[in-house]
Design a protein. Structure first.
Length: 575
């Protein structure tokens, strides 16, 4: 018997949490056709002796809505073993959208997701208006990995209500009926569900709250009814975190989902200090699931990382008039100026003269939670390495220490701002959460925050730090791979992937676990209009395979572009 591909003698990690076992995997016509001892031959064979063979990873929370149109590679994700991404998260995206509302959605995406407006206006052809037409545009493209999409709330609201929707006015009964009908249609055309956000820091580039921010219960309910009528799907939600805890915001969505029988996944963050508000959210999840709901909290397995640098969106001096005088100079010239005593003294003595439109900018001076990020990036750094602690050790101000560190590497240095998930300077709480059955990994945010965040590499981090390198509390390989594969696939309703078993989609990774290494993020200029973004690569991925085709070998992309649009939930293979 012949196969398109045979992977020989690998340590197979099945995706269900079991211990690895040595065997072969045979692939034919894009699906797994044999597992165990494969006697036939393959048109292509990979010797995986001493290597892990895993299912391809599934990332539930990305924003490749634009990149999937203008690029055929969805990096950083596809460089870290991810073979399926879900986009449209946080209720933002590019469809449905009338021609006259393009600027509204560009303003939303530029503010919420840090995608420069010129990148979107130059990179998007806007050949669609309806959500279905946008899905067709995705379907017609070629790319390295598979994409799936939610119907995003903010575009839907603006499409139905026009400027009233952008202004967050209450929806009328007629508006709600239209949203419900469009949600039904979107699911019938392949949406995985519906996504929304009420996060206060999600603001347009102009500083306004996004259209979905304070949508009423009835609006969530009616859209949910449309999703259910279209065949069902997942509600993805980003809650605000009021001082009193998660209860007021989450309950609204939990109740609406319970009314129509839909599952929910929502963003959960762990505060670095103060009261552990995440405990309230987990208690709510336990109560709801105990009553028959299907709710998962979505967690990133490392600190949510704000990247701070002189050539990035955020640095501690960006609102200082003295820095803004030189901010547009080429980096080398700016660094030369900043190293002169007079410029250094003037900037360090300065103060902001205006408020930042994006609240995240203030985190660039949260000195206790900011750390230098080296060539071997440390996402669980010791407290003694914070900018605050380093400044105390030197006898200088934190601002001076940050100034000096940003000038390292001729101004290419990057600081990590641990915005959340780093409770008491440790990932111990995150470790407890990611072991729970009602928690799913996500929040890589690939395709967004191009100059602020580079968390799409979390799959590599899980396999290195949490499985191999951490001093205590490590996961087994089986546990980690399950968390990256079958669990997010189940939550998304993608029953055809996330496992190594007969009939499952042949999305696979061959990994040299001992050699697996995460590189420092770097700036590239490969966006439309020459836009810059953060990218991150890794060593140790011997092969990444999508639908049986090798899309990368030893970290080098091939010419294969087998990625497809996944239209709607997918059933598991019939055994």
């Amino acid at each position: 018997m012949t196969y398109d591909l045979v992977i020989r003698n690998g340590s197979i990690v099945d995706g269900l949490g079991g211990e690895p076992y040595v065997g072969d995997v045979g692939v034919r016509d894009g699906v797994i056709a044999a597992v165990g001892t494969v006697d036939g031959t393959g048109e292509r064979e990979i010797d995986a002796t001493g290597l892990l063979v895993t299912p391809g990873f599934v990332d539930l929370h990305t924003h490749y809505d634009g990149q999937a149109i203008w690029s055929d590679r969805l990096t950083p994700s596809s460089a870290h073993g991810v073979t399926t991404v879900v986009m449209g998260n946080c209720g933002v995206g590019f469809a449905p959208c009338r021609h006259e509302d393009h600027d509204v959605l560009v303003d939303v995406m530029a503010g919420v997701e840090d995608i420069p407006g010129v990148v979107m206006t130059d990179g998007l052809p806007w050949t669609w208006e309806t959500f279905g037409e946008f899905m067709d545009a995705l379907d017609s493209g070629k790319r390295d990995i598979d994409v799936a999409a939610y119907l995003p709330h903010s575009p839907l609201r603006v499409y139905v209500m026009g400027q009233r929707g952008a202004n967050r006015e209450p929806a009328t009964a007629e508006d709600l009926a239209k949203m419900r009908a469009l949600a039904k249609e979107a699911v019938e055309l392949g949406a995985l569900g519906f996504a929304s956000s009420r996060l206060g820091t999600h603001r347009t580039e102009g500083g306004r709250q996004i259209p979905s921010y304070d949508a009423a219960y009835n609006e969530i309910l009616e859209i949910g009814r449309g999703v259910a009528e279209g065949g069902g799907g997942l509600i993805q939600f980003v809650p605000d975190i009021p001082a009193g805890g998660y209860q007021p915001v989450l309950q609204q969505v939990f109740d609406a989902a319970g009314e129509v029988g839909l599952p929910v996944t929502f963003t959960l963050v762990v505060g670095n200090s103060g009261d552990p508000l995440w405990e309230d959210a987990i208690t709510m999840v336990e109560k709801a699931n105990g009553a028959g709901a299907d709710i998962t909290a979505q967690v990133l397995p490392r600190p949510i990382g704000l990247m701070i640098g002189l050539n990035l969106t955020v640095n501690p001096f960006m609102l200082y008039p003295s820095y803004r005088e030189i901010a547009d100079l080429p980096l080398a010239e700016r660094v030369t100026r900043m190293r002169t005593p007079e410029v250094r003294q003037r900037i360090l003595a300065d103060k902001p003269t205006e408020a930042a439109k994006n609240p995240l900018f203030y985190l660039a001076q949260a000195w206790d939670w900011i750390f230098p990020l080296g060539d071997d990036p440390d996402y669980e750094p010791d407290a003694s390495n914070s900018i605050a602690a380093r400044a105390r050790a030197r006898g200088v101000s934190p601002l001076e220490e940050a100034y000096d560190r940003l000038l390292d590497d001729d101004g290419h240095a990057i600081l990590l701002g641990a915005m959340a998930n780093f409770q008491n300077n440790s990932l111990n709480t995150v470790g407890e959460l990611i072991r729970r059955d009602d928690v799913v990994l996500g929040l890589g945010d690939g395709g967004a925050h191009y100059g602020m965040i580079c968390d799409a590499s979390y799959s590599t981090y899980l396999l290195t730090h949490w499985v191999r390198d951490r001093a205590s509390g490590r996961l087994s390989v089986g546990e980690a791979v399950r968390a990256l594969t079958s669990v997010p696939a189940r939550v998304a309703g993608l029953g055809d992937r996330g496992r190594i078993a007969l009939g499952y989609k042949a999305d696979l990774n061959v990994i040299d676990h001992a050699a697996l290494r995460l590189h420092k993020p770097v700036i590239t200029h490969d966006l439309p209009a020459g836009g810059r973004r953060l990218d991150q690569t890794a060593d140790g991925y011997v092969a990444t395979i999508v639908s049986g085709e090798v899309i990368a070998h030893n970290g080098v992309p091939t010419s294969a572009r087998p990625g497809k649009l996944v239209r709607g939930r997918q059933p598991a293979p019939v055994s």
